[in-house]
Design a protein around this ligand. Sequence first.
Ligand SMILES: [Zn+2]
Length: 96
Amino acid sequence: MTINKTKGVAGSRKGQPALRRCVGCREMINAMDLIRVVKSPDGIFALGTPKSPGRGAYICKDANCLAKAAKSKGFDRSFKQKVPQEIYHSLEDMLK
Ligand SMILES: [Zn+2]
């Protein structure tokens, strides 16, 4: 794995919003306005915060983006594996 020095960790640069790509609409959005789905180093999926350890994927707080992500399998592609249905259910609950 290579480390991209221009990107850094979310919020590590003061005053500059960390932009992340929504897996639904594919747009670059301020990470603060997105929900982060994180896969822990143990391989457990959860809805995380920007500080949770592990690999993350982001989605807008928007049911339309969730529908798009489910249809395009954006999360599955981002994590290179199938994301559990519970994650989609949790996101649905959150976006109600
Ligand atoms: Zn979106």
